[in-house]
Design a protein around this ligand. Structure first.
Ligand code: HEC
Length: 150
């Protein structure tokens, strides 16, 4: 590689890296972060889901605690889907970046719906929690169907 093209390649690399590293030391950290948040969110959705489906006895305080945790976590993963974090130990599909407006709209919808879920759970209205949980579940699935590999 000539000196000039090596310099150009390094500059391009630095650009990609700086986008991915705005908040994370390296792309692998962003991937680990978003997967970890999704994993924990999935655990709490599973616990609340078990109560919604009657597999666990309904307990208003436990429902509220899980709903609040899901709402809080729903705000976290999105900056970790930075450009340049599509390679490695990830199931993220390229659509996240090529159809980014839709991905972001899904992420926003999740935050709105989980806020509603948390409010319903706080009020202790079991029927409202069940309805809100159904909407949240649809949003998880909708995004995974388009943006997550099998
Ligand atoms: C806006 C899109 C989007 C929404 C909404 C969304 N997810 Fe995800 N989720 C993803 C993507 C993309 C991945 C793959 C991330 C990766 O591998 O880098 C993922 C991965 C996961 C994983 C696997 C984590 C791991 O250990 O690798 C779980 C579990 C999960 N999501 C649960 C949920 C739950 C539960 C909800 C709803 C409460 C939800 N997700 C909502 C996009 C979304």
């Amino acid at each position: 590689m000539s000196k000039l093209s090596r310099a150009a390649a390094l500059a391009a690399l630095a650009l990609v890296a700086s986008a991915a590293q705005a908040q994370f030391a390296k792309p692998e950290d962003a991937i680990k972060y978003r997967k970890s948040v999704m994993f924990v969110m999935g655990q709490h959705a599973g616990r609340l889901g078990a109560m919604v489906q009657g597999k666990m006895p309904w307990d208003a305080a436990t429902a509220a605690s899980n709903a609040e945790t899901i709402a809080m976590l729903s705000r976290l993963p999105w900056p970790a889907f930075a450009p340049g974090t599509d390679q490695g130990d990830t199931r993220a599909k390229p659509d996240i970046w090529s159809d980014n407006a839709k991905f972001k709209a899904n992420a926003e919808r999740l935050q709105e719906q989980t806020a509603k879920l948390a409010a319903a759970a706080k009020s202790g209205d079991e029927a409202a929690v069940k309805a809100a949980f159904g909407e949240v579940g649809k949003t998880c699935k909708g995004c995974h169907d388009q943006f997550r590999k099998e």
